[in-house]
Ligand binder design. Structure first.
Ligand code: PLP
Length: 376
């Protein structure tokens, strides 16, 4: 198998699994219990929180564990409107992940106002369009790096244009791949997930800037200092901290290796498929994602290419894991102004440390065959 869909998820690293095993086998205490096994679990959770916080330049008290990026996005946006009553309006680009767009759509049907922020043909926010949202009653949500194209948004520039508004960023794709420093990014809220960086699935975190009166969206017990009820998933939390440390310690190396692979793929695809379009720009992007549209396409052809690649053991996707299989044009590419034909015919290749140049060469051969067969 050639796995080139690392933006969808990544395999668990051996070291991550090793760090989790004691918490799955013998150390079963509930971190809220006051006796020894409970206290031991509490220490593990708090050490993990400190470690992750140090890598994103947050204070540990600003990080709350959740079940992943989707929950973090939902909790932050819904709580800002319902429980915390911080804002009455939201603004976000149409190229955001569905776990941001769908809660915002729900909130707008419940009385919140929701405006779309325009993006340019590369998918970058148009800064001047933001001025309108510079109000304390508005929450602006702009993802750090796009999961389909890899485009990185200049969040500090966004904040410069909306200093009064709250700023949330979905940092699920950027954590461990580029620097994520909540102070430099000037965000008030951020969302993280472990499984994009060889951590376990089902664990993530939300960052809430100190001083913001943030109330729980999910209520129950007093866990996570009353911000997210539910017994902490100790093993997953420990695994997330290990994954974050391993990824952040090797960011430079990850960037160099991924850049090598995506440059090679770009060059080879341009040679063999005339008219191929690269939806991932060359600069200010995650190095490990390359999104490509094939000429003369339709949604059915896009799906056929994916299926044929699958039959040859090459795992790639047509963008977001959430829409694959549904033969829809990518909402991200449509927001960038691509015609439906090109937005339907896109394939995302995404790399991790586990890939090598041989994977790229094999994927290129398989892609060319799959593409040619859709033309006959
Ligand atoms: N946000 C982005 C940008 C993503 O790529 C994903 C995962 O596909 C999510 C949020 C959802 O994260 P999780 O799978 O941890 O719920």
């Amino acid at each position: 198998m050639i796995y080139l869909d690392n933006a969808a998820t990544t395999p668990l690293k051996e070291e991550v699994l090793e760090s989790m095993l004691p918490w799955l086998r013998s150390d079963f205490g509930n971190p809220s219990s006051l006796y020894l096994p409970g206290r031991k679990a509490r220490v593990a959770v708090e050490s993990a929180r400190e470690e992750i916080a140090s890598f994103v330049n947050a204070h540990p008290s600003e990080l709350f564990f959740t079940s992943g990026g989707t929950e973090s996005n939902n909790a932050i946006l819904r709580s800002a409107f319902y429980e915390s009553r911080l804002v009455s309006s939201f603004a976000a680009p149409a190229s955001e992940h569905h776990s941001v767009l769908h809660p915002l759509r729900d909130l707008s049907s419940q009385g919140a106002s929701f405006s779309l922020i325009p993006v340019n043909c590369e998918g970058r926010v148009v800064p001047d369009s933001l001025l309108h949202f510079n109000q304390r009653s508005v929450l602006v949500s702009v993802m750090h790096a796009n999961n389909e194209t890899g485009v990185i948004q200049d969040l500090a520039l966004v904040k410069e244009h909306v200093p009064e508004a709250f700023l949330h960023s979905d940092c699920v794709q950027s954590l461990g791949k580029v620097s994520v420093n909540v102070e430099e990014l000037r965000v008030d809220f951020a969302s993280f997930s472990a499984h994009k960086i060889h951590g376990p699935k089902g664990i993530g975190a939300m960052y809430v800037r100190r001083g913001i009166d943030f109330k729980a969206h999910q209520s129950g017990g007093a866990q996570e200092r009353n911000r997210r009820a539910g017994t902490e998933a100790v093993a997953l939390i420990v695994g997330m901290a290990t994954a974050v440390r391993l990824a952040c310690d090797r960011i430079r190396e990850f960037q160099e290796r991924s850049r090598l692979l995506s440059d090679l793929l770009r060059k080879r695809l341009a040679e063999i498929i005339p008219g191929v379009r690269f939806n991932t720009p060359q600069y200010k992007v995650l190095p490990n994602i390359l999104n490509v549209s094939f000429p003369g396409g339709s949604a059915t052809q896009g799906e056929s290419i994916l299926q044929m690649l699958d039959m040859q053991g090459v795992c790639v996707s047509n963008g977001s894991a959430c829409v694959s299989g549904s033969q829809q044009a990518s909402h991200v590419l449509l927001a960038m102004g691509l015609p439906v034909s090109e937005a339907s015919m896109a394939i995302r290749f995404s790399f991790s440390f586990m890939n090598a140049t041989e994977d790229v060469e094999a994927a290129v051969v398989a892609t060319e065959q799959a593409y040619q067969s859709t033309l006959v």
